[in-house]
Structure formats: C-alpha cells, structure tokens
Design a protein around this ligand. Structure first.
Ligand code: GLP
Length: 255
C-alpha cells in the first residue's frame, strides 16, 4: 500500500487527477470505477479541467459507479446518477453506452445485481477503482458487520452513514435506508485502487483501515490485502496514523 500525503484538499484532488489521467493515457480504453460523496468532487473538477484543456480523452473510457441509493430515480438531485451527471459525465466526452451505475430502483433486485457484476466482467474487470471512505470505514456502501457481501447487493445503511449523509438531503428522514452497492469482492478484483480521504472526521477510519487489523468491522481494512492500492490523504485525515514512515508532503509511506 502506497500512502501519499497532500498539504490540503486541493492538492489531494490534483494528485488524484494526475494518477487517473496517467492511467487513461497509458490505456485509453481504461475501465474506471467511480465513487461519489464530497471527497471526489475535486478530482472530478480537475479531470474536467484536463479534458477542457485538451489533455484528456474519455472517448474510450468505460465507467462503473460503486453504488446508488435504493428508491431514488436518476433525476432525483440526491441520487448518485444525478451527482455523476452534473459533476462529471455531462462535462467530458464519455460515451453514454460506456457509463454504468447500479439502478436506484429494480423490479428484480437479485437479477439486477447479477447483471451489474456480469457487465463489469464483460468489460474485462475494473482497471482502476476510485474510493472514498465512510467515517465508520465503509467503502462503496459496504457497511461494517460480522460478514461482508462479495458481489453487488442491496444493503441496509448503517445509522451513522444515514446521519453522515443527511447533509446532502433536505432532512435525515429523506435519506434512503438502503442502497445497491458493489460488494467487497467486486472492489477487491479491481487491478488498482485509489482511496481518497480528506478531513479530520475521516482520521479514525483511515487509521483503522491502514494500520488496524483486517476485519469486516472496518471494511476498508480489507484493502490491506490488495496488491496495488494508492491512498491519498490530506494532513487532517492522516492525523491518527502512527506514522510508520516519513510524513513529508508528497512522500510515499509504504505499508
Ligand atoms: C457514501 C458513499 C461512499 C463514500 C462515502 C464518504 O456513503 N457511498 O462511496 O466514500 O459516502 O463520503 P464523503 O466523501 O462525502 O465523506
């Protein structure tokens, strides 16, 4: 695991965008796993800027989003469909048929989840998966528990996730109680993972994920078992790390 320290959120976003851009330049038909939440907003802004400056071409890139709230229509401003559309998709030259998100509503949830896994496999698997991290150590919407799901599934959101994500909704009662999320196996199969964390409210989850025991109680800790993970943190998010290595900005700490 390679851990890069950024001075602040702006630098974190630039570092993340450079890494994603390099992956697309190396493989123009990259299969890119995408995340939502506040953390990757700066990354999307930087990627849009690079596209507008003629530095990046998304015409062959294929995307798969991690998750979607269950029960929301794509045009609901609180849905991840809407988030991706307004913050990223409509600003770059991704082809519509190359964009994939789990649906917010499905008649047959089991079949829908299986179809999502099949689509990832048919695209050759995910080359680079971008992740944020929940305050309780969740990734995607894989919540802490005695056991974790391997594949895309419908999940009940943890009360603390509902509380944390209420800031994006009119009230806490408006936050959906369920979501469809890629599973831990779907994420761990990605050939490369980029985890981003910013702010002091992520410091506990970051320390538990990077330095704590590998446990289903902290889903992000399973990333310790993945062969190619890059973590980019700002100073605030790195505060609870014991610091097994150099803490200079931009200097990789290796775990
Ligand atoms: C949600 C998303 C996650 C995201 C997390 C943290 O629960 N499902 O993919 O990483 O929130 O979001 P934020 O970056 O807003 O703190």
């Amino acid at each position: 695991m390679e851990v890069l320290l950024a001075r602040d959120y702006h630098q974190l976003s630039q570092m993340a965008a450079r890494l994603v851009a390099a992956a697309i330049k190396e493989k123009p038909a990259l299969t890119l796993g995408l995340a939502t939440g506040a953390t990757p907003l700066g990354l999307y802004r930087e990627l849009v800027r690079l596209y507008q400056e003629g530095e990046l071409d998304f015409s062959q890139v294929v995307t798969f989003n991690l998750d979607e709230y269950y029960g929301l229509f794509p045009d609901d401003p609180c849905s991840y469909h809407y988030y991706m559309e307004t913050n990223f998709f409509q600003h770059v030259n991704l082809r519509r048929e190359n964009i994939h998100l789990p649906p917010g509503r499905a008649e047959d949830v089991t079949a829908t989840c299986a179809a999502y896994e099949a689509a990832i496999a048919a695209a050759g698997g995910i080359d680079l998966q971008v992740l944020g991290i929940g305050r309780n150590g969740h990734i995607g919407f894989n919540e802490p528990g005695a056991a974790l799901n391997a594949t895309t599934h419908l999940i009940d959101l943890a009360p603390e996730t509902i509380r944390a994500n209420a800031r994006f909704f009119a009230s806490i009662n408006a936050v959906p109680r369920q979501a469809i999320s890629m599973g831990m196996g779907s994420i761990m199969k990605a050939r490369r993972i980029l985890l981003l964390a910013s702010g002091r409210d992520k410091a506990w989850a970051v320390a538990a994920a990077l330095e704590g025991p590998v446990t289903t109680r902290v889903p992000a800790s399973l990333l310790q078992l993945h062969p190619r993970v890059t973590v980019i943190l700002d100073r605030a998010a790195s505060r609870q790390l014991q610091g097994k290595a150099n803490r200079d900005e931009g200097w990789p700490m290796c775990y």
